[in-house]
Design a protein around this ligand. Sequence first.
Ligand SMILES: O=C(O)CCC(=O)C(=O)O
Ligand SMILES: [Fe+2]
Length: 355
Amino acid sequence: MVSEQKKLSKNELKKWVRIERKREYSYGVMAKLEGREVSELFSLESTSIICIANAGSGAMGSIHFNQLCEVLASFEGYMEAKQSAYGRPYTFVKYADSDCAKIVKEKFHMTATEHFDGKILFVEYVEQAKSPFAISKPSEELIPGLIFIQDYITVEEEEHILSELEKLPDWKYVNKRFVQHFGHAYDYKTKHVGDSSMTSSVTFPGFIQTFLDKMATDMPELPRCDQVTVSRYPSGSGITSHVDTHSAFDTAIYILSLKSSVVMDFKNLENDETVSIELPRRSLAITTQDSRYSWEHGIKERKTDLLPNGMVIERDDRLSFTCRRILPDSICHCQWPQYCDRHISTVSPGSEVNP
Ligand SMILES: O=C(O)CCC(=O)C(=O)O
Ligand SMILES: [Fe+2]
């Protein structure tokens, strides 16, 4: 580096020193906010995840997150970006592999480009475990009966579903979120199959049918769904802790997360123990057994989430599919009579019925 510096003119050297100072400052801010040493933040080996240390929600005069994503998404292998919590001026971006990430790092690190009006980015590789893309594997032991599949759909499948969802008219507003119901007519007021004031359509749009067929093929032992609720959660909204009504739906409830990850809290009704897990975008969570019948699940109303590995990230708008099979005779045969609505007619305060 010293010999290279010698070749620089005085002005170039001054500029270089200024950029170096900015870089050190950005890394210092990030280390402080992450509660780590600068040396622990980044990986010297190339990885598929990069961190833009000076662009994010709290970066003054910096590049807006959406603008950043738009540019970085135009590079091959782009999968997803996660923004740190508000006030944390850095962003993590995941590519399909380290070769794709390398092209982006080499293009932008310490370099002014036309993409960002000459602004310079500081780009480093990050190890998966120290990133918000750490594999989140909620253990079956923590929440019995919960089946979790990371990356159940591909980036392309998610893109297709999201573009189809954009076209849907008539979202209904319910408790700060928006919903659409598809499939088997089901009346949420009477809790019976039949007349439905809230069902958009009893036949599924093609892109939902394709998804249901995929699940039926992959998991033939589980109930085949005939009812789908599509929910759109503006950042900051959530869903009250609840158990999907026993007598309304069959033994497995499927939740597909789209566009943004979120932390979902599960509460064991036997001892009030709470376990929070991340539902990354494109993942599928299936509640069966205890997780279906004797644990509540809900999403807190807040704009940021603390991930299991300690990272704090900003929520984006999230969409989800909740897929279920309706019990035609409304009779539940579960082994949790103490929590079953065939025995209990009242619902605990604050809970939602058939969200
Ligand atoms: O949207 C989600 O992630 C969960 C929705 C849910 O729990 C429900 O609709 O019953
Ligand atoms: Fe639910």
